[in-house]
Structures are given as C-alpha cells and as structure tokens.
Design a protein. Sequence first.
Length: 94
Amino acid sequence: MLNLAYDKQFDILYARLPFTGHSYVEEDSNFATYHNIETDSVTGVAIYSFKKKFENGSLSAIRVPIPIDFNSKKIRELIYSCLLYTSPSPRDAH
C-alpha cells in the first residue's frame, strides 16, 4: 500500500511504501528517491513543486520509480483540501 502525504507549505508530495528501516536519498531538481540502505530497493519519493506540476500537466514528464496514480481522488483531496482553523471567539470567554 502506498502512503501519501502532501506538504502544502513547501508543495511536496511524499509517497512512501511500507518500510521501517533506514534509507538514503538520491535527489534531482524534480524529486527525491528514498532507497533501503541494505537492499537499495526504492522505499519512497518526494516530488517537489507537486501542485504546480499537477495543475500545468507536467507530471507525466517525471519518471518516478514507483507507480503513482496522479489522477486519483486521494491526490486531489490532499492538494485541494481545506484545513479549518478555529480560534476561540471573545463571545466564548466566561
């Protein structure tokens, strides 16, 4: 199962395979690839400027080493979800 997380502040999509060991990272200008330090197998990726690439259709040009369905509902929910912040109202003070 692929675990997805999106960092809105830095516009990075993290896609991780289930793995609990140590990894090392290879990086280029589009994404970082995480590898199992013992087997060299890919354990995940971090795609930089993800929302920008998603919206302008340039994700297909990026060859990530794990299968990611960039048109999935889950990805749309991650990048377009709205986090609500509610602070106490002065009316709530007693």
